[in-house]
Design a protein. Structure first.
Length: 86
């Protein structure tokens, strides 16, 4: 069955989208990841800022990213107190 037929039976009304909403920006994430994961995150549409223990210890500003993803390249025990707090 066509979606419009199904929506009619469900009591829903489908109509074309007109105009447009606000343009959404790409999510920005800081990532301590392998090269393959970095490529995959970028292919999925994320803007990625690669980080490491040294980068975070150098006072990387986490307020400029939407999230932090870690799977490799980060030694928690070597993070400074400031980097651990964010």
């Amino acid at each position: 069955m066509a979606p419009s037929v199904l929506s009619g039976r469900q009591g829903l009304l489908a109509k074309p989208v007109t105009g447009g909403g606000p343009v959404m920006r790409k999510p920005v994430i800081a990532a301590a990841v392998s090269p393959d994961e970095l490529a995959a995150l970028r292919e999925m549409g994320f803007e990625v800022r690669p980080v490491s223990t040294d980068v975070l210890n150098a006072r990387f500003d986490l307020t400029r990213v939407d999230g932090l993803f870690v799977s490799a390249g980060l030694a928690y025990s070597e993070l400074s107190a400031q980097a651990s707090i964010g």
